[in-house]
Design a binder for this molecule. Structure first.
Ligand code: ADP
Length: 676
């Protein structure tokens, strides 16, 4: 009986255990299901493999589908097969720890999708130390693996970025620091981690951080904020900052990632652009001055001033290359940024090794520190810079060479600090030097022409003056002779011819005298009131008297036209226009003259039907000594008649112009105000 009771008790205990076991198995199953764990059971001795439904699900298999070891190995990602095989072998080694834990990739059964799985298991051995059961779980690790990969990639990017990337929490405490941050700010990761970000902010900008953190807390970004940050060495450097919030998985902002970019480069570009714009302005202004001014010293002063400013030299000078019989000597012509005495005290620079390349036009000399140049200080008496000389360390010398190759001189610049002049400056100055050389060439040419012209003027004035007296007396004597000779004298016609020639000669001389009077502004006018119609009539008569070839026809209004003018000078104009009309229409017979009143002016028109004048010559025929070349050779004249006429009419506040067509003829008009 006792035994029976014992048995019953044992049974009851057993049942209770069983119930407990069942409950715990149910709990395990629930746990397995809720953790999405798949379970597997492999019997290495028979090769039998069973998978739970969840396991099949992870592999993309239907619950009712069959699985075997071969199928399982087929769906392991090829690159991971060896590792898996090794892990299994190790777990089944009776001398090992029998533990199996591996993360590997599979190719799902239902699609070629690759998944990451983590398998964990244990091997049980029989008495013969043979692996009897190999059981375990698998779980999908794809998300975690991808996240891991992504963060590894991000970490690599942050690591290799050229921009400083700094992480900080919402209290402003630094949590990460990349190598670029170290390069930019000088601190190592160790120096800054767990320290407050304000250690990087200049004192007068501390409130910036509060503003940034405030924005970040409200989940907003800060982009390209231009400011300054302090390096480990205490330097303030220009930077641009972008800050983005860092959120946790639930989207809660937990910190900020700060990208700091060195702005020095950008600042430099901006400064360079500004400098270019300024340079351009100065160059433009200079170009204008150079092309407008006709005075050598003016041009050189302007060029020296502007270039000295352009390149930021302490002073600049232009030395003129004076090649004399005694040799080369250099004359200070223009100086900028220093008083003249600063140079003159030391006399003129000599043809030393240093100056030689400039004055021979060989090349530009630029030195960061001229006192270190081997050519420097080789010459007596000063051996270098005389005491009290302007302090020159940076040195730039650019030859100014004319088109003909002649070295006009050199532009020299100096600065007391070293390395002030760059290649850019060199190019700038040499550009200006070329322009200046052209302008100087022109100026020289212009000045030479002007000097020649002055000489010619002087000669004409003098010659005509000196000629006038003998010609006047010659004419007087001839007239006396003419009057005393009877008409029957056979020499009389010769005498008359001589008189005519003398008359022409004297007219020519008075024309030349007029020109020189006009040039010196001394053409006198004597005004009187007279009837212009009458003057025109008389002049026509006079001309007609000596002209057999042409018929001059006058058209005039009935009434008198009284003007206030210099009678003789107006007559001179009419004579000139009429003789031209006749002279330049040798094959025609008619010359028309018309007088009319237009508005408040009297207008006289002289028309011929001769050769006419091409448009391009029409303006120029009023200048001194200008003659249309094709005609000049066979029709005599000096080319000053129209010049004098124009001056006379202009002095009467009137105007002289023409209307002409080649081969058809010309009409010259002049108008004079009636009430002058
Ligand atoms: P000149 O007749 O002594 O050459 P002008 O000053 O009177 O000097 O004239 C200047 C030039 O203008 C002349 O050389 C000629 O070429 C041109 N010219 C003047 N008048 C006429 C005209 N009526 N027809 C054609 N050409 C003319």
């Amino acid at each position: 009986m006792e035994n029976l009771t014992d048995l019953q008790q044992l049974l009851a205990q057993y049942k209770q255990r069983e119930a407990e076991l069942e409950r715990s198995e149910a709990r395990l199953r629930m746990a397995i299901a809720s953790a999405n764990l798949g379970t597997w059971d492999y019997k290495p001795l028979t090769g039998e493999l069973t998978w739970s439904d969840e396991c099949k699900h992870l592999y993309g298999m239907a619950p009712e589908a069959e699985i075997n070891f071969e199928l399982f190995t087929e769906h392991i990602y090829p690159a991971d097969r060896d590792v898996l095989e090794l892990a299994m072998k190790r777990a089944m080694d009776p001398l090992g720890d029998h533990i199996y834990d591996i993360t590997y990739r599979i190719i799902r059964f239902d699609s070629p999708e690759v998944r990451w799985l983590r398998a964990q298991g244990k091997v049980y051995f029989n008495k013969l130390q043979e692996p009897e059961r190999f059981i375990g779980t698998i779980v999908d690790q794809t998300q975690a693996k991808l996240a891991e990969e992504k963060s590894a990639k991000l970490a690599a990017i942050v690591e290799s970025s050229d921009d400083a990337i700094i992480g900080k929490n919402l209290d402003g405490v630094i949590t990460s620091w990349n190598p670029a941050a170290e390069r930019l700010l000088g601190y190592t990761e160790k120096d800054v981690i767990a320290k407050h970000i304000t250690m990087l902010i200049p004192e007068d900008r501390l409130e910036e951080e509060d503003l940034i953190l405030e924005r970040i807390r409200s989940n907003k970004k800060v982009e390209h904020y231009v400011t300054f940050r302090v390096t480990k060495a205490g330097l303030e450097i220009p930077v641009s900052i972008s800050v983005s919030p860092i959120r946790d998985v639930n989207g809660v902002v937990i910190g900020a990632a700060k990208i700091i970019r060195n702005n020095a480069h950008q600042k430099e570009t901006e400064a360079r652009l500004l400098r270019y714009a300024e340079n351009l302005e100065v160059l433009n202004a200079l170009g204008k001055v150079i092309s407008e001014r006709m005075d050598v010293s003016d041009i050189l002063q302007k060029v020296t001033d502007a270039t000295t400013r352009l390149i930021g030299a302490a002073f600049g000078a232009f030395f003129y290359n004076n090649v004399t019989e005694a040799g080369e000597s250099y004359m200070l012509f223009a100086l900028s940024g220093a008083p003249r005495e600063a140079f003159e005290r030391f006399g003129i620079p000599k043809n030393t090794d240093l100056f030689h390349p400039t004055f021979t036009g060989e090349r530009i000399v630029r030195a960061d520190d001229i006192t270190k140049d081997p050519r420097y200080g080789q010459n007596s008496p000063f051996f270098g810079m005389p005491e009290g000389h302007l302090q020159v360390v940076s040195y730039l010398a650019v030859p100014v060479i004319s088109k003909s190759g002649l070295v006009i001189g050199g532009l020299f610049y100096g600065h007391p600090e070293p390395a002030k002049f760059t290649r850019e400056h060199e190019q700038l100055v040499s550009g200006v030097a070329t322009q200046a050389a052209i302008a100087l060439d022109n100026t020289k040419l212009y000045e030479e022409i002007r000097k020649l012209n002055d000489k010619k003027e002087e000669f004409i004035g003098l010659a005509s003056h000196e000629l006038k007296t003998p010609v006047t007396s010659l004419s007087g004597y001839l007239q006396i002779l003419n009057r005393s000779l009877p008409d029957t004298d056979r020499n009389k016609p010769f005498l008359q011819k001589a008189l005519l020639q003398v008359k022409k000669l004297s007219e020519l001389i008075s024309d030349l005298l007029d020109v020189s009077k006009i040039e010196t502004g001394q053409l006198p006018l004597s005004f009187s009131n007279f009837n212009i119609t009458q003057i025109v009539q008389e002049t026509i008569e006079l001309i007609q008297y000596s002209t057999k070839t042409h018929q001059i026809v006058l058209q005039q209004p009935e009434q008198e036209i009284i003007i206030s003018a210099d009678k003789q000078r107006i007559e001179q104009v009419i004579v000139n226009l009429l003789s031209n009309a006749i002279k330049y229409s040798p094959y025609e017979k008619l010359v028309n003259v018309a007088i009319s009143v237009v508005h408040n002016e009297v207008r006289v028109a002289v028309q011929d039907y001769g050769m006419g004048i091409l448009k391009e010559h029409q303006e120029r025929i009023f200048s001194r000594f200008y003659r249309v070349e094709e005609l000049a050779s066979h029709i005599s004249g000096l080319g000053i008649g129209l010049y004098i006429s124009k001056e006379i009419i202009t002095r009467h506040h009137g105007k002289l112009w023409l209307d002409s067509e080649p081969e058809k003829g010309s009409t010259f008009f002049f108008e004079i105000p009636l009430n002058t």
